[in-house]
Ligand binder design. Structure first.
Ligand code: ME8
Length: 518
């Protein structure tokens, strides 16, 4: 039985179309899901849309439509983005789904039964953009002296009757949790959260009465749940909570909630407190990734620099975009992107280095050996190269991906690609063709094994291209996991079966920059 692994992304607000940050997070989570599957884990992967709350209600009102209508349309674009980017989710959850209402009401009742909910009056600051309450002392001054949230968004004074959750009760346990290794990553975010909780936790307002677009509070007419209560619950809705389903038993607690740095507080303070209150196990890890900036700037409608991730995918290809996201940015830190940076990175590493290696190898086998594979005696140089590639693909890359250091993992992979290209130059198989054809064959067969292992290792990142290449080298579908790296049986079986490589087709075309100014 393989060990289960449950990963989630944040669920996105569908108050507009998806932006590049949404695409970045979806791709990173998908790479983790594919990587863990290829490591033999039984993976469940959930993503979706967060449809309730004042932000959605107001956006819909501005457009003269119902919140449901807005959510229906926009959620469709998020799903389309996930499908286009090859995101291998098991469930695309919408918080307007009926099972989600049921789960949210169940966790509410569990918190109520614990004595953690009470009615009072909320008076304080609220940011609709962040859907968050802030303390006076957290606010910062804007350019005109106006009060802003620590995220720089407008806040409004709010007074209404509301249910409160006894968050203050959980302060010590949350602090202990934050201090436990691995729960909140990366370290910079953990330190921020420890500082926040050490400053004292106040009880949290968890219902709203001034609008009705949300999950109704059970037994309390006129109250809908604060959007974050239902939003966070999505992670357990998707496993069948409150029923003790097979999914629930197998996959809860989650192994990883992958989210952006702006919502770490909700995931490492509020969510664990809700779960503690409901006597449910806590997620193993919350990782707050950095933000993606457009040439160093935040995207915004007023700057006119908002990029549609699907336009980028159409222009450069899904796999190059995925590779760029993970290779260019040290995961956890902020990063910048531009068309030039995508083209430069992908041409240097995918087209010119790995793509060229694969294309040269397959073409030479096709031309000089009629595509046939041959069992040959290998010499020390061949064995050394195979060992280098195996180490990078089966040890270094998985070690780094396992700790979400994607760029470091791909760098190790790239070093192995360079080693292969250097070997091709040194061995010069084209020159051996006349002088020592047996040696030429040994060199090409070594390279073929390397290309196959390199393709398996990079497959979680560029699944389309890697599969197209693995098809060309005759790798069986069920032999594309990490356990297959360095395993020679596939090669012997192909030789035995008389498999021949067809005329190769490049899988990493060179990218071109569009003409004119960006
Ligand atoms: O926060 N770069 O939804 P959301 C990278 N509904 N990531 C970014 C980003 C950027 N420029 N901008 C946003 C919400 N993100 C809530 C989540 S979860 C129970 C509820 C990330 O649509 C952001 O950090 O505003 C978050 O993880 C995700 O995109 C969705 O943001």
């Amino acid at each position: 039985m393989s060990e289960p692994f449950y990963i989630t992304t944040a669920i996105n607000y569908p108050n507009g179309r998806p932006h590049i940050g949404h695409a970045y997070e979806a791709v990173a989570a998908d790479v983790v899901a594919r990587f863990q599957r290829a490591m033999g884990r039984e993976v469940r992967f959930q993503t979706g849309t967060d449809e309730h709350g004042l932000k959605m209600a107001r956006k819909a009102a501005e457009q003269g439509r119902t919140a449901r209508d807005l959510a229906d349309e926009m959620s469709g674009y998020f799903k389309e983005m996930a499908d286009t980017l090859n995101i291998s989710y098991d469930r695309f959850i919408r918080t307007s789904d009926s099972d989600h209402h049921r789960a949210s009401q169940a966790i509410w009742r569990a918190m109520e039964a614990k004595g953690d909910l009470y009615l009072d009056r909320y008076e304080g600051w609220y940011s609709v953009r962040d859907e968050a309450y802030y303390d006076e002392k957290e606010l910062v001054a804007g350019e005109g002296g106006e009060k802003l949230s620590p995220q720089g968004t407008p806040v409004e004074w709010t007074v209404e009757e509301s249910w409160f959750f006894r968050l203050s009760r959980y302060q010590d346990r949350i602090l202990e949790l934050l201090r436990s290794p691995g729960f909140c990553e990366p370290e910079s975010r953990r330190n921020e959260m420890i500082a926040f909780v050490s400053g004292g936790l106040k009880d949290l307002s968890v219902s709203r009465t001034s609008f009705d677009w949300g999950v109704p509070v059970p037994g309390s007419d006129g109250h809908v749940m604060y959007v974050w209560v239902d939003a966070l619950t999505n992670y357990i809705t998707g496993l069948g909570y409150p029923d003790e389903t097979d999914l629930w038993r197998k996959f809860w607690p989650a192994d990883l909630h992958l989210i952006g740095k702006d919502i770490v507080r909700f995931h490492t303070v509020y969510w664990p407190a809700f779960l503690m209150s409901a006597d449910l196990p806590l997620p193993r890890q919350v990782f707050g990734h950095g933000f993606l900036l457009n040439r160093g700037q935040k995207e915004s409608k007023s700057l006119g620099n908002v990029t549609d991730p699907l336009d980028l995918a159409a222009r450069f290809g899904v796999d190059p975009l995925r590779y760029f996201f993970l290779r260019e940015i040290a995961f956890g830190q902020d990063g910048s992107y531009s068309a030039e940076a995508i083209v430069t990175r992908c041409n240097a590493e995918l087209a010119n280095s790995f793509g060229n290696l694969a294309q040269r190898t397959l073409s030479m086998i096709f031309k000089n050996m009629d595509g046939r594979l041959a069992a040959c005696a290998l010499d020390a140089a061949d064995d050394a190269l195979l060992a280098t590639v195996k180490e990078a693909c089966a040890v270094d890359l998985p070690r780094e991906f396992g700790r979400l250091a994607f760029s470091a993992g791909l760098e190790a992979w790239m070093r192995a690609v360079f080693a292969c290209n250097q070997y091709v130059d040194e061995q010069a198989p084209w020159a051996l063709r006349k002088t020592d054809p047996a040696r030429m064959e040994a060199v090409l067969m070594t390279l073929l094994r390397c290309v196959r292992d390199l393709a398996i290792a990079v497959r979680p990142v560029v699944p389309g291209a890697a599969d197209a290449l693995l098809d060309q080298v005759g790798a069986a579908r069920e032999e594309r996991d990490f356990a297959a790296i360095g395993n020679e049986a596939w090669f012997a079986a192909l030789v035995e079966s008389g498999f021949a490589i067809a005329k190769p087709v490049g899988v990493f075309p060179r990218l071109e920059l569009p003409e004119g100014p960006e």
